[in-house]
Design a protein around this ligand. Structure first.
Ligand SMILES: *Cc1c(COP(=O)(O)O)cnc(C)c1O
Length: 457
């Protein structure tokens, strides 16, 4: 006899994953390697270790080791806020009157308010272990900067954050949380770096982008002794660390004999989705079970749905390695939408390759419909979702309503990546009815595409 499924499936501390899952190691056709921007040859771990911590550089290029053990120090920190609950959205199901079962993995139960802490603590640990003084980074919406500030303060590391200017202005309290954890926060683009000065001269009045902020942070890391650069998404190492999300989700479902049919996540750089789907995609690749996997992105930054699959720069200043990914071009500066964490021009190489192989789907949604879903969810499930996460909510609701039409009892699992307490300015715009939608024209996109380097291999 099956047990009644609780509203929240909590796992024991002992069920916290002991290893991360390296999805690339299971792929038949691997994602293309990062290229050195000068030589156009694949980056070695050694070359990468001038930018990243040595151990992280090693993880970055490792596409053969299937499971990588999580060091005890990182697991101890995870235990403060993990395992994260998998929540059955009984109330939402009832309101939608759908035969579908809806589950969400909630990653907002920590002060940084999102899944980003899962990788931040790992990156800070490896930096500390290597004897570094500190790390530099960029932050868009502020979640990554907050997470890294928390992780650095835990290990006694210095943290320099370049925060995309529009977020810096829209979210002063995010900035204060970072400073409370001891970080130094600079709005980007800034006149404190060479690349920042160049961007400011070229685009005066720009509200910035993740691509600019990354260039600034990399520049400072490479010019400052005892510092390395840390990135909150896009990289293979980040997807690896985020696999705890998927591993826990699978353990929780297995506990109750539940099988997902549809797995949905929002996609900025692709780390939460890459982590959520990891163990499920392994089954799919092995032909053990099929899953419909949907990446949801903003219509204002439609990387997978309208981008090109090509080698491109990861940052505006072109100082980082080149990655083969779905991209809108490193010069593409999306409109200042309220889902700051989804405003990146590219998509992690693993998801790009899986998408190209037809193993997952993508959908672009408009901002106002995302907030409509966010408000509906907040009112019935109680959690105030981050705008980024609400992209996944929107598509989960759409899929549940499709089930209502067809009468199919599908099981939908989506990633609720974080809370939206620092996004109340965006909610205010929505509540006041003055939020707009912005969809780039073909012409807007062409400008970005024109900047993609012509590299044929
Ligand atoms: C950063 C962020 C995202 C998007 O980043 P991914 O790397 O695509 O996961 C989504 N949700 C929240 C709450 C975030 O902070």
């Amino acid at each position: 006899m099956k047990e009644q499924i609780p509203y929240k499936i909590y796992l024991d501390e002992s069920e916290l994953p002991k290893s991360w899952l390296n999805l690339r190691a299971f792929m038949d056709k691997k994602p293309a390697p990062l290229l050195n921007p000068k030589t156009l040859k694949p980056m070695t771990a050694e070359e990468l270790s001038s930018i990243f911590c040595t151990e992280l550089a090693r993880q970055e290029v490792d596409d053969v080791t299937k499971y990588i053990e999580i060091p005890d120090e990182i697991r101890d920190f995870y235990k403060m806020y993990r395992p994260a609950p998998l929540i059955r959205a009984y109330c939402l199901e009832k309101e939608l009157n759908t035969p579908a079962k809806i589950y969400y993995k909630f990653e907002g139960n920590n002060t940084s308010g999102s899944h980003k802490l899962n990788s931040a603590i790992a990156q800070a640990y490896y930096a500390k272990n290597q004897g570094l003084k500190g790390v530099t980074t960029e932050t868009g919406a502020g979640q990554w900067g907050t997470a890294l500030s928390m992780a650095c303060s835990y290990f006694g590391l210095d943290c320099k954050v370049f925060m995309v200017k529009c977020s810096y202005e829209q979210k002063p309290f995010r900035r204060e949380v970072m400073r409370t954890y001891g970080a130094n926060v600079t709005p980007s683009p800034s006149p404190t770096t060479e690349v920042g000065k160049k961007i400011l001269a070229e685009f005066p009045g720009t509200t910035g982008s993740l691509g600019c902020a990354i260039s600034e942070a990399v520049e400072v890391a490479s010019k400052t002794d005892g510092y390395r650069y840390a990135l909150g998404s896009v990289l293979n190492q980040v997807l690896l660390h985020q696999s705890v999300i998927g591993l826990e989700t699978k353990t929780a479902l297995d506990k109750y004999g539940e099988k997902a049919d549809i797995i949905i996540g929002c996609a900025g750089g692709g780390s939460n989705l890459g982590g959520l789907i990891a163990p499920f995609m392994v089954e799919k690749i092995k032909g053990e079970r099929d899953y419909q996997i949907i990446a949801v992105e903003p219509a204002s930054c439609p990387t997978l749905t309208r981008g090109k699959y090509a080698y491109d720069y990861c940052d505006t200043g072109k100082v980082c390695p080149l990655a083969k990914m779905y991209t809108l071009g490193s010069g593409y500066i999306p409109s200042s939408s309220h889902a700051g964490g989804l405003r990146y021009h590219g998509m992690t190489t693993t998801l790009s390759e899986l998408y190209d192989q037809g193993l997952m789907q993508a959908r672009a949604v408009e901002q106002t419909e995302v907030f409509k879903a966010a408000v509906q969810f907040a009112r019935i499930e109680g959690i105030l979702p981050a705008p980024e996460s609400s992209h996944a909510i929107k598509v989960a609701i759409d899929e549940a309503l499709k089930c209502k039409e067809t009468g199919e009892e599908k099981t939908i699992v989506f990633g609720l990546t974080g809370t939206g307490y620092f996004d109340m300015y965006a909610y205010q715009k929505y509540n006041d009815g003055v939020m707009g939608d912005y969809i780039p024209t073909e012409e807007d996109l062409k400008k970005g595409f024109d900047g993609i380097p012509k590299i044929n291999l």
